[in-house]
Ligand binder design. Structure first.
Ligand code: 5CA
Ligand code: ZN
Length: 414
């Protein structure tokens, strides 16, 4: 799938000798902020959209958080291999297409294009590989075949639809990623697309890997029989095949997404990939962004309380103000969007733009503190506060800091 055009990222090393400290991020599997330790090429997989109701501010907040990761690693001199999927076939997409009387593939196409435009406007760096589930169908089915051969997967052989399931006990450590207790796992599995009551499964938390064709549903040919990919194996295969997990057994540096994906999605993707790679871990860090809500409730498709990036753009809102409004809270905090947040961001952006044009005393230390704030688990509230102090201090020069804000926060001050 085509991604979107990359914004330019200025190189700070060309104008400043210093570099920042290594990047530390929160890891859900240990519950701690730990240093990331990427090689020359850092790699990251962030779960992409299911293309309907895009792009709401919850999506935007999540992709902006991981944009900061990529930008920080680039500033440290790493190359970054960023992979993102698009769940362009799944039950929720089919349900929405049916409700709206449109073909699922047209809905997906239109929403993916809108997402590209929103990401471009927000100056989010694109993934190197942007891969749809539909285009990955044969690699997913090959991964499922391997899981069957290894004994980690099984078929509901006596069922009308002999779907293939993953045996959650096969990885030997199911549950380590989320660290949720059994009752939380049971509740979230049922709430988030799982089928705990399907008869014939070995364990009620076993997730589907390959769903055999049903009348009236799209399906793809495969040695497993015509069908389509389960959700978790989609991400495991797309990431594992591109980021070296399957070829080297080495975990990726960061697996990212919103906190609604901690379980079952990332737990199951990790377990699938670990069995396929013969590895202990799928990712070094499982990093999750908090949920953005509106008027006291989580912003979600099912509640319909969505604020769209495209609507704000149509209303003439500067996308750089949207970035700043979302960075005003820490990425891990669940938080609410409101218009006051945007008003504050507009004022802040104007003040920073004035400061950017200023000549004055060297401000190397401001850049150093900005890097330190971001290196500390992407502490954007701290970063914004110290940049407000820079903007308010009329003796300080603008140029270097403005370049840092562009490179590291992705906010263009010109
Ligand atoms: N296609 C799957 C991932 S493989 C999916 O969850 N799609 S999504 O369109 O529902 O969400 C896209 C990304 O935005 C995911 O990382 C999800 O965790 C995140 N997200 C969804 N809603 C919110 C929200 N209200 N606040 C913050 N992030 C959100
Ligand atoms: Zn995913």
């Amino acid at each position: 799938m085509r991604a979107w055009a990359s914004p330019s990222v200025p190189s700070l090393s060309a104008i400043s000798a210093a570099t920042g400290p290594g990047l530390s991020l929160f890891d859900s599997s240990t519950g701690t902020v730990r240093p990331t330790d990427p090689g020359a090429e850092a790699n990251i997989y962030v779960c992409g959209i299911t293309p309907y109701d895009s792009t709401h501010l919850g999506h935007a907040a999540t992709y902006l958080a991981f944009d900061l990761v990529q930008r920080y690693w680039l500033d440290l001199g790493h190359r970054v291999h960023y992979v993102q999927n698009i769940t362009d076939i799944d039950d929720p997409l089919l349900e929405r297409a049916e409700r709206d009387g449109v073909h699922w593939s047209h809905l997906a196409e239109e929403q993916i294009e809108l997402f590209r435009q929103d990401m471009t406007a927000l100056r989010v760096l694109p993934p190197r590989d942007y891969i749809g589930a539909v285009e990955a169908m044969s690699e997913v089915s090959a991964a499922v075949e391997e899981l069957l051969e290894s004994g980690a997967a099984y078929r509901l052989a006596d069922d009308e639809f002999p779907d293939v399931y993953f045996d959650v006990e096969s990885s030997g450590r199911f549950g380590y990623e989320s660290r949720y207790d059994e009752s939380t796992m049971d509740r979230l599995f049922a709430e988030r697309g799982g089928d705990p009551d399907r008869s014939g499964k070995k364990h009620h938390l076993d997730p589907v890997l390959w769903r055999m064709a049903r009348p009236g549903e799209p399906s793809w040919p495969s040695p497993l029989g015509a069908g389509r990919a389960g959700w978790h194996i989609e991400c495991a295969a797309i990431a594992g095949n591109r980021l070296g997990v399957f070829s080297t057994g080495r975990p990726i540096d960061v697996q990212g997404g919103g906190s609604d994906l901690i379980f079952p999605h990332h737990e199951c993707s990790a377990a699938h990939a670990e069995v396929l790679a013969g590895a202990d871990r799928f990712a070094q860090h499982y990093t999750h962004a908090g949920m953005i809500g509106l008027d006291g409730e989580k912003m979600s498709k099912s509640r319909g309380n969505l604020v769209f990036v495209s609507k704000l753009r149509q209303d003439g809102v500067d996308p750089m103000a949207v970035r700043l409004a979302l960075f005003a809270g820490h990425y891990r905090e669940d938080r609410f969007w409101d218009s006051a947040l945007l008003e504050t961001a507009v004022v802040r952006l104007a003040a920073w733009r004035t400061a950017a044009a200023r000549t004055g005393a060297p401000a190397e230390e401001v850049l150093a503190s900005l890097r330190a704030a971001l290196a500390d688990d992407l502490d954007t509230p701290h970063a914004l506060a110290l940049l407000d102090r820079w903007a308010a201090d009329e003796s300080l020069d603008g140029g270097l800091v403005a370049t840092g804000v562009d490179a590291l926060l992705g906010v263009n001050l010109h």
